[in-house]
Design a protein around this ligand. Structure first.
Ligand code: NIG
Ligand code: FE
Length: 407
């Protein structure tokens, strides 16, 4: 480390989430962290801190420092809401029944198409702010409520615009293959032609998409149709992610692993063979307990098998107007433990290290290590187990985004 740094935080305990440090949290007690140029340049036990001076010194008062949280799966740019669908589902209709009767995703498509760019942006801001208030410093946002060229691009531009105005990193995924738009009813293959020939090339051409996502399910697209989307993404040089095996087993995970996908998301219905394939691959399992809860599902993803096979498990909000109108990643940590059997340390890894990997960003964030970006959160707590245990009253004392205090 050079003798001078921009920021020095001392008198903290660090939950580094660095697997090279033993224990689920990679904990370094009585630690110090030095930051220069937005990156961590030193981290270790305070006793070993070399002589140095800093432009800003923060006394952490014995609190815990974690990596900035990462929500690696959201649909937070959308028009309207689906409170009436909520009432229908409470009355006994299923998510699939609502979707098949033209509601569900398609009702949000109508509202998103009708919204101006300004309205979409204004509606997205409080959702983003809710996540940020919990220490989230990177958010993935998908399109998928346009299902036509202009509206898909409008959603992606809105996502990019949020990043220009808020101290958070936004990563985008083009999810044009989310549902079949009504004008293509009965012509799903032709819609996939539109996705591959027009929407994805346009999104890539304007650098609006960092990845390509798809919904592989009987109410959405088949494995064959998704494979065409994957082939197109590859030609455009974009990584892929897949909404896979949420309501039934489709073979989406095998397809995704073969394609070297960044992640498979939901995966309540994956098989032992899928788990084995994931273990051999670099593909991350993204668990979405908020959608499981909202849809009152009963089948849980096979967490014990994923754990035993060493598959990295991320946790995300899936924030969207239908299956998860819950803008809280901390609540997902709690649900990940209560519903899926994650440990509190796995829940934190799920919203930091594994989430970074699910976005292909583990070389820049997701743990506290020298060389990574200084996205960090200081929490007024005596043990990091509290992050998954309680929701609402334990909030960040301070949030650093690339080394700057932003909350
Ligand atoms: O991840 N599975 C598909 N997409 C979303 C739901 C979107 C919606 O209902 O609007 C999900 O759960
Ligand atoms: Fe989703």
């Amino acid at each position: 480390m050079t003798e001078r740094c921009d920021l020095l935080i001392t008198n903290i305990h660090a939950a580094t989430m660095d697997p090279a440090i033993r224990g689920g949290y990679g904990a370094v007690e009585d630690a110090a962290v030095a930051v220069t140029g937005g990156k961590i340049v030193w981290l270790g036990s305070r006793k070993e801190l070399p002589d140095c001076s800093a432009d800003e010194v923060v006394d952490g008062e014995g609190q815990w420092l974690t990596p900035g949280l990462i929500d690696c799966h959201t649909h937070l740019v959308y028009g309207g809401h689906r409170a009436s669908e909520f009432a229908r589902r409470l009355g006994g209709e299923s998510y699939e029944e609502v979707a098949r009767s033209g509601g569900g995703i398609l009702s949000t498509v109508r509202a998103t198409r009708a919204a101006s760019a300004e309205q979409l942006y204004a509606a997205a801001v409080p959702r983003l702010q809710a996540l940020m208030s919990e220490g989230v410093t990177t958010v993935e946002i998908k399109s998928g409520y346009g299902l036509e060229l202009d509206t898909e691009l409008k959603q992606l531009r809105t996502a990019r615009r949020l990043a220009q105005h808020y101290p958070v990193e936004i990563v985008t995924s083009c999810l044009a293959a989310h549902a079949l738009p009504p004008e293509y009813d009965g012509r799903a293959d032709e819609y996939i032609d539109l996705v591959c020939e027009r929407i994805l090339p346009a999104a890539a051409g304007e650098q609006l998409a960092d990845a390509v996502d798809m919904f592989c399910e009987s109410i959405a697209f088949s494995v064959e149709q998704c494979q065409r989307v994957i082939d197109c993404a590859k030609k455009l040089g974009l990584p892929v992610k897949v909404h896979a095996e949420q309501m039934a087993h489709t073979g989406a995970t095998a397809m995704a692993v073969k394609a070297g996908a960044l992640s498979v998301d939901h995966i309540e219905y994956i098989t032992d063979m899928d788990v084995a394939a994931l273990a051999e691959s670099g593909t991350v399992a993204v668990l979405l307990p908020g959608a499981f809860y909202t849809l009152r599902e009963t089948r849980t993803p096979p967490v014990e098998k994923l754990r035993a096979s060493g598959v990295p498990m991320a946790l995300a909000s899936d924030l969207n107007p239908g299956s998860c109108p819950l803008a809280s990643l901390r609540l997902m940590m709690n649900m990940g433990c209560n519903f899926f059997g994650l440990t509190p340390a796995e829940a934190l890894a799920g919203v930091t290290r594994a989430a970074a990997r699910a976005l292909g960003l583990s070389c820049s964030r997701g743990s506290l290590r020298v060389g990574l970006r200084a996205d960090m959160v200081l929490w007024p707590m005596d043990t990091p187990d509290r992050l998954a245990y309680e929701v609402g009253a334990l909030n960040p004392a301070r949030v650093f985004f690339a080394g700057k205090t932003v909350g």
